[in-house]
Design a protein around this ligand. Structure first.
Ligand code: ARG
Length: 477
């Protein structure tokens, strides 16, 4: 069907310029209503602020303003209650709200005065993003709090595990230290979201299509009405800036990466090979074929979904990179990745919080690795250093003993062999061999920020302070 065959008469808000109705294929590509209707509350809030400002500067009478505000409230409740009857010509949430408001109140034909969908959509999306950031910040702080709580528990119980480098057992650390490491990462995500929020919190309304207006608009009043911390400086920048979306997607991708890394550990730790954790049945799945299986799907999905979060960030950056000023329809591609990223991080953070609240740690399985005498090899070298040997020489002495001990036929005799060799060595002896007794290597590493119990106790206090101040910053918003 060509555009000329389409039925005549008003179709869209911009029909005046074009002779026929839009082709179905254009509408299918162009319409954003299916996904941008979730910004309806923000669109109506922004319209309320705009209409109030138009009245304040004399572009609407008080009666017109009251009538439009009442119509907007009716549209809001129709959409919220699912009573809104969408029209085929509603190409996006902005046109839908204006169309319906005008049906309810003729004066609403004036509500787009001095405004373009270009500044309108940027405003709506900033309002939506600000709220989403606040919600996700709360969820990530909740998960960080859960990790801190489990860390306190593990600390009180003296639980230790082998720390790893290259996924090879390296040096023992408190389980509290390990859990707190993930909590600090989440706190950085919260800070990143806070940075993104600050750049989101700027009102673009009043920029018009690209160049402002000939009418006496008051962008600062609109910004204040909507609770924005600042107002745009440049109308071209205001309608084309999507840095706040990229900032948010980066913060969410980073958070997804942190959740993925924690997920990867829970997957490994739940395996028979590690046996460090038992997942609660409520946060594990079974196999449709293998009756014995218990699978860590929550952790696997946390790991898998990091991929789509990274994709959303890189996708948006690619969309933005070639755009000339000012608004281009390409910018409509900002919403779906953002919405999906927010939904994804929400779902993962909530499920992961449940997993971490309920997971059981196997202190004995962890201690078996943590107390392996080979994990105390560095302690032997440092003992030699404390008694006057140069570190390089000390490293070589201990490495030689480790190599000899590893010649023993089985794991048990390798461990006792190392203790015997240390006790018999002229530079080491029984005092050094005592460093190999179970639990000792974990206890003695207490430099600032270290994994030993005294250092971890101090760290956990600082973690609690950081969590409290992040929460109060959040509550103050
Ligand atoms: N749906 C559009 C978007 O998401 C709204 C802005 C449309 N502006 C325009 N000039 N056609 O970006």
């Amino acid at each position: 069907m060509s555009a000329d065959d389409a039925s005549p008469g008003p179709t869209t808000l911009w029909h005046g310029r074009l002779a026929g109705a839009p082709a179905d294929a254009l509408a299918a590509l162009n319409d954003s209503l299916p996904f941008d209707q979730r910004m309806f509350a923000e669109d109506i809030a922004a319209s309320r602020a705009h209409v109030s400002m138009l009245a304040a500067v004399g572009l609407l009478s008080d009666d017109e303003c009251d009538g439009i505000l009442a119509a907007l409230e009716e549209v809001r409740s129709e959409i919220a209650d699912g009573r809104m009857v969408w029209a085929p010509t509603d190409e996006d949430i902005h046109t839908a709200v204006e169309r319906r408001a005008t049906e309810l109140c003729a004066a609403a034909a004036k509500m787009h005065t001095g405004r373009s969908r270009n500044d309108q959509v940027a405003t709506d999306l900033r309002l939506w993003t600000r709220t989403a950031i606040d919600e996700l910040t709360g969820l990530l702080l909740g998960l960080a709090g859960t990790l801190a709580g489990r860390a306190h528990e593990a600390h009180a119980a003296g639980v230790r595990l082998p720390g790893y480098t290259h996924l090879q057992q390296a040096q023992p650390v408190g389980l509290a230290h390990h859990l707190a490491a993930h909590a600090w990462a989440l706190l950085r995500d919260v800070e990143r979201l806070g940075d993104a929020r600050r750049r989101t919190d700027v009102s673009p309304l009043g920029a018009g299509a690209l160049a402002g207006s000939t009418l006496p608009l008051d962008p600062a009043a609109v910004a204040a009405d909507l609770g924005f911390a600042a107002v745009f400086e440049n109308s071209l920048d205001a309608v084309s800036d999507r840095d706040f979306v990229a900032d948010t997607l980066y913060a969410l991708a980073m958070s997804g990466i942190h959740l993925s890394r924690l997920g990867e550990e829970m997957i490994l730790w739940a395996s028979a090979e590690f046996g460090f954790v038992r997942l609660d049945d409520a946060f594990a799945t079974g196999s449709s074929m293998m009756p014995q299986k218990k699978n860590p799907d929550v952790a696997e999905l946390a790991r898998g979904k990091a991929g789509r979060l990274i994709g959303h960030l890189t996708g948006l950056l690619a969309t933005l990179k070639g755009l000339p000023l000012a608004y281009n329809k390409d910018l409509q591609e900002d919403k779906e990745p953002l919405f999906d990223a927010v939904d994804t991080v929400r779902a993962v953070a909530v499920a992961f919080d449940g997993l971490m609240q309920t997971v059981e740690f196997d202190a004995d399985a962890m201690a078996a690795g943590a107390d392996d005498p080979f994990a105390a090899a560095t302690d032997l070298a440092e003992w030699l250093v404390a008694h006057g040997t140069a570190f390089r020489e000390a490293h070589e002495i201990v490495a030689g003993l480790v190599r000899q001990a590893l010649d023993a036929p089985d794991a048990g005799s390798r461990r006792s062999r190392l203790a015997e060799l240390v006790a018999a060595h002229p530079d080491l002896g029984p005092e050094a061999a005592a460093l190999l007794t179970p639990g000792s290597a974990h206890l003695s590493r207490n430099t600032p920020g270290a994994g030993g119990p005294d250092a971890v106790a101090a760290q956990l206090e600082r973690l609690d302070v950081a969590l409290t101040s992040a929460r109060s910053l959040q509550d103050g918003r």
